[in-house]
Design a protein around this ligand. Structure first.
Ligand code: A2H
Length: 257
């Protein structure tokens, strides 16, 4: 882990339709009773909010336990209990109060849930599984940007190859979107580096970590936005502007840990 606190942007994805796996579940029942009090969102923590235009899906860990927590503004957020506690100290959750954990669900049962993603070119995105999601980082929910993240690209590639094996529909895996242009790797930096390094699986952790380093550095320091309000601007300059817009619109909030 790094030295100082990480300043994440916590992006909110409103739940459009729960997975069929949650049909008749106590989880959905409990939320139904509360939904009139506030909309339900899955919350993903990112260090690269300017890549949100390229979100194709959201990842959860199948074995990770998530809770639904009431926020002071009346909205309901899905995250790990650990993150909800951090949010409480930062004014975004009431989980300090035990009564404010509304319901609990395991990641496996969230697969196939449909979410609204107004900031992405794909307005509807699905929840998909990823082995490398950590339960002790961010909210335990990851926004997937396969154009600019080798982790996300490899996971999406594996899901697309064997949808039945992973228990998903192939249509839930949507196409990458060009977000950032880089001098060395073009607009599909993650795909280019993963292909060049012949990375076949998320289990190639050493290679994948080298790919991440290359893609992140090139995208963040040498990249130019090719989409959205800040098209043509350097990524480094666009990042704080996109973040500020999302915070102002209420589609995201600041989250540190
Ligand atoms: B980033 P750091 Cl395009 N488990 O968002 C695993 N990974 C997680 C996570 C968790 N529980 N929570 C967040 N993350 C990912 C976008 C992105 C990210 C791009 C490029 C680089 C990048 C799209 N995924 O991160 O360990 C999230 O992926 C580069 C570091 O706290 C989050 O930002 O430094 C990043 O890891 C946070 O990683």
């Amino acid at each position: 882990e790094g030295v100082g606190p990480q300043e994440y942007t916590a992006i909110k994805f409103e739940v459009e339709k729960w997975s069929d796996r949650l049909k008749d579940s106590e989880f959905v029942q409990k939320l139904k009773e509360r939904e009139k009090e506030g909309k339900v969102f899955m919350v993903a923590a990112t260090l690269r909010p300017e890549t949100a235009y390229g979100i194709t899906n959201v990842f959860v860990g199948e074995k990770i336990e998530y809770g639904a927590f009431e926020a002071p503004n009346g909205e309901i957020y899905l995250s790990t209990a650990r993150a909800a506690k951090n949010m409480a100290f930062q004014g975004h959750s009431r989980v300090k109060d035990a009564v404010n954990q509304i319901a609990t669900v395991v990641g496996h049962d969230l697969i196939g849930t449909q979410l609204q993603a107004p900031f992405s070119e794909h307005k509807k995105v699905y929840v998909l599984p990823m082995d490398n999601v950590s339960s002790t980082k961010g909210t335990g929910i990851v926004m997937s940007v396969p154009s600019d993240s080798p982790d996300d690209y490899v996971s999406v590639m594996m899901l697309k190859k064997k949808p039945a094996f992973y228990g998903i529909e192939v249509e839930w895996v949507q196409d990458p979107i060009a977000v950032v242009d880089t001098p060395t790797y073009g607009t599909r930096a993650a795909e280019m580096v993963v292909t060049q390094m012949k990375i076949q699986s998320a289990k190639d952790v050493v290679q994948l970590s080298a790919a991440k380093e290359l893609v992140y550095k090139e995208g963040f320091y040498n990249g130019t936005m090719v989409i959205g309000k800040y098209k043509g601007m350097a990524v480094q300059e666009a990042k704080p502007l996109v973040r500020a817009d999302m915070l102002a619109e209420g589609t995201a909030f600041a989250y540190a840990e």
